[in-house]
Design a protein around this ligand. Structure first.
Ligand code: CP
Ligand code: NVA
Length: 308
């Protein structure tokens, strides 16, 4: 049966680590010029109904490096933008391509696409989830700190797609997860229910106190206060998120050497200060690079045959 990557909730901890192990190997191969054309002759359709820099470039480049081809379909310019049902798009693309990556608004659209497609579907971001990003994030943390289990992951900001995916991904690989967000901006209830079910909720904290969440953290994540599609709420969100910023005072309560991660794009002076961003630019851009390697691993595992 074909497999998809729709959300972190669908993966086991073992599956996440298997993806990260392959991603490490593919990164090594790419860095050392070792051929890894595991998807020769295969095509990935990439549907974008929201903007992107990293996701588009890393998937397209990744497919090329794996010996395959990626094609870009903008929601607006394809028939999707004129209302062709996702069920029909799924069945048409399944006749031409070997995989579909989709970035859109509702998670239900991605789930429906996967249900009707006979080829693997990869979620390149919805309002609910951003699994490809979180795989790259966990890969980066593991590269720096050598392991994941037992580490404290902190997320400061909006209970959005990133928060939802980090909570689930972090808990599945054995991390302690602490989230600070303003009242009314909590993560999705499905994610909170999952967090409460893992070890009786003992590894998860949800608070409005940023210092409580960041205390002793090994890695601090943040993301924009207004995500794509929330542009009209921007002014209200800027008011509501005051204090939910990764800055020097917050870093002072974290573990010495604490990493900072940001999925990007970043708004300096809002969710993160320019000072903290630049001090941690090395690991933040490593995180961006790791999108390429992590997604290549996902594509090989879903669309190709695994390397020996
Ligand atoms: N982090 C991320 O998904 O970036 P893009 O929106 O540029 O793809
Ligand atoms: N939460 C952000 C992530 C961007 C990569 C958004 O959805 O716009």
């Amino acid at each position: 049966m074909k497999k998809d990557l729709l959300k972190m909730l669908d993966l086991t901890g073992e599956e996440i680590l298997e993806i990260l192990d392959l991603a490490d190997q593919l990164k090594y191969n790419q860095r050392h010029g070792i051929p890894h054309t595991y998807l020769q002759g295969k095509t990935l359709a990439m549907i974008f109904e929201k903007n992107s820099t990293r996701t588009r470039v890393s998937f397209e480049t990744g497919m090329f490096q794996l010996g395959g081809h990626a094609l870009f379909l903008s929601g607006k310019e394809s028939q999707i933008g004129r209302g062709e049902p996702i069920e029909d798009t799924a069945r048409v693309l399944s006749r031409y391509c070997d995989g579909i990556m989709i970035r859109t608004f509702g998670q239900e659209e991605v789930e429906k696409l996967a249900q009707y497609a006979s080829i693997p579907v990869i979620n390149g971001l919805t309002d609910f989830a951003h699994p490809c990003q979180v795989l790259a994030d966990l890969m980066t943390v593991r590269e720096h700190l050598a392991h994941l289990d037992g580490l404290k992951l902190c997320f400061i900001g909006d209970g959005n797609n990133m928060a939802n995916s980090l909570i689930v991904g972090g808990l599945k690989v054995g991390m302690e997860v602490a989230v600070a967000c303003p009242k009314g901006y909590e993560p999705d209830q499905q994610v909170l229910d999952f967090a409460a079910s893992v070890d009786g909720g003992s590894r998860f904290t949800l608070t409005t106190d940023v210092f409580e969440a960041a205390k002793g953290a090994d890695v601090i994540f943040t993301d924009v206060w207004a995500s794509m599609g929330q542009e009209e709420e921007r002014a209200r969100r800027i008011r509501d998120f005051q204090g939910f910023q990764v800055n020097a005072a917050l870093m002072a309560v974290a573990k010495p050497g604490c990493l900072v991660q940001h999925c990007l794009p970043a708004h300096r002076g809002e969710e993160i200060t320019a000072e903290v961003f630049e001090a941690h630019a090395g690991e933040i851009f490593e995180e961006a690079e790791n999108r390429l390697h992590a997604q290549k691993a996902v594509m090989v595992l879903l669309m190709g045959k695994q390397p020996d």
